[in-house]
Write a protein that binds this ligand. Structure first.
Ligand code: FES
Ligand code: FES
Length: 192
């Protein structure tokens, strides 16, 4: 996904990921298990050990830290399924170097709601039937949280623009838009 696709997304790290992938030198891995870097994810300090420094944040979240909520549907910044917050900014995590997220606060779809429950956006996606295969859903939910936190009364056009970088191949978007409207009504206290 590029800034042209969706101005709500940051371009963080895309060029570094591409460059690192092309230039992976033989010795670029951290030497052994005793070497590591730390990431702060969903309020927890996580240690990443013996990893290639050019790995994407998405790869590290899914494959090293056991957080599979962020999906990998394109690995090229085009679909939005891997969306997370990086220091409060919406980014596509496949285009961010994990090493660049050191000292930043990462929030994934698993960390949107502290505790065991669902966030209001997650709940209304389920209630509205806005989930079919579910591959796009985590990224959409993160993007909707981002939008409604910034623009609580976003109109439908603004919602459509904000999620234009989140590709859904199943739903036709109607139920997704309904879910967003339901969240807005509930937050405004005007719901049924
Ligand atoms: S935008 Fe990251 S997997 Fe598609
Ligand atoms: S529910 Fe299948 S891609 Fe959106």
């Amino acid at each position: 996904m590029t800034a042209d696709h969706n101005p709500g997304y940051a371009e963080a790290g895309r060029s570094q990921v591409d460059a690192a992938a092309e230039a992976e030198p033989a010795g670029f891995r951290l030497a052994d298990e005793s070497e590591s870097y730390a990431l702060r994810v969903n309020g927890r300090q996580e240690s990443v050990k013996a990893a290639w420094l050019g790995e994407s944040l998405l790869y590290v979240l899914r494959e090293r830290l056991g957080l599979p909520g962020s999906k990998n549907a394109c690995d090229q910044g085009e679909c939005g399924s891997c969306s997370v917050f990086l220091d409060g900014t919406l980014v596509v995590s496949c285009c961010v170097l994990a090493a660049d997220a050191v000292d930043a606060e990462v929030v994934t779809v698993e960390g949107l709601e502290p505790g065991e429950g669902l966030s209001d956006v997650q709940r209304h996606f389920l209630d509205a039937g806005a989930v079919q295969c579910g591959f796009c859903t985590p990224g959409l939910i993160v993007a909707v949280h981002d939008l409604l936190d910034r623009v609580p009364d976003a109109n439908e056009l603004t919602v459509r623009e904000a999620i234009s970088g989140n590709l859904c191949r199943c739903t036709g978007y109607g139920r997704i838009l309904q879910a967003v409207a339901d969240v807005q009504q509930e937050r405004a206290g005007t719901g049924p």
